[in-house]
Design a protein around this ligand. Structure first.
Ligand code: DGL
Length: 259
């Protein structure tokens, strides 16, 4: 493992772009290799065995791409496969996103809270342990089946209709919203249109700081200019274009782009 290795990052699609943005803010000099598994999207309704297998293949592939670290930028994959992957690949650092429910405990414990995530994340053992530990007893769990898929397609009208149907009843009744899927930070405005003003909780900024600490401790920080490579499992050019468009819109600043 060397300093010039890449940071591999993957999701079932382009949602992990919201994690990527946070990584680039704190680690602008790194090279990133983003893998979007659109071929197998969505992960939210898949079994644990299926997800482990898909993630295992991606991790092997990212290692071949000379990645010094791997970021699981998908809450569903983290919930179902992170432990398995860490056991299988003990030599590579694997950092995994999870719903920022502990942040609610730390900063806004007394407020009614909505957790939005995929069905897979909400039903997972990992998330339920988190919930048990930090339960504020005013928490509503919303499995948003099909929402990541709608965001992936980018049809705002469909997204708005969906949100009204699934969280409309919570209008003005919750103050915290945990964005438990990496696609959801892309629709904060749409969520507030339905719920009114809320505080969003997203695990990505803390994950990025944590990753930086690991690289510092291991003396693996890269210097110089960084770049972002993108690959989609179906080779879809539109995914690539959309990924970089979104990345720019939400604050990514990287100019040099490869692949
Ligand atoms: N972006 C993924 C997550 O954070 C899941 C989307 C999907 O269902 O594939 O959970």
């Amino acid at each position: 493992m060397n300093k010039n290795g890449k940071i591999g990052i993957f999701d079932s699609g382009i949602g992990g772009v919201t994690v990527m943005r946070e990584l680039m803010k704190v680690l602008p000099k790194e090279n990133y290799y983003y893998y979007s598994d659109s071929k197998n999207n969505p992960y939210g309704d898949k079994t644990e065995e299926e997800i482990k297998k898909l993630c295992d293949n991606i991790v092997q592939y990212l290692i071949q791409q000379d990645c010094k670290m791997i970021v699981i930028a998908c809450n569903t994959a983290s919930a179902k496969a992170a432990t398995f992957l860490r056991q299988k690949y003990p030599k590579i650092n694997i950092v995994a996103i999870e719903p920022a429910y502990k942040m609610v405990y730390d900063y806004a414990y007394d407020k009614p809270t909505l957790v939005m995530a995929t069905k897979g994340t909400i039903e997972s053992e990992k998330f339920n342990l988190l919930l048990e530990k930090y339960d504020n007893h005013k928490t509503f769990l919303i499995p948003c089946v099909g929402l990541a898929d709608r965001i992936e397609k980018g049809d705002l009208e469909q997204i708005n209709e969906y949100l009204k149907a699934i969280i409309g009843n919570y209008k003005n009744k919750v103050e915290n919203v945990v964005l438990g899927c990496t696609h959801y930070p892309l629709i904060e405005q749409e969520i507030e249109k339905v719920l009114g003003k809320v505080n969003f909780f997203n695990g990505a900024p803390n994950l990025a700081k944590h990753l930086k600490t690991i690289l510092e401790q291991k003396n693996l920080l890269k210097d110089g200019e960084g770049k972002v490579e993108f690959e989609d499992s179906q080779g879809l050019l539109e995914k690539k274009i959309r990924f970089f468009e979104i990345l720019e819109n939400i604050g990514g600043t990287r100019s040099e782009i490869q692949k």
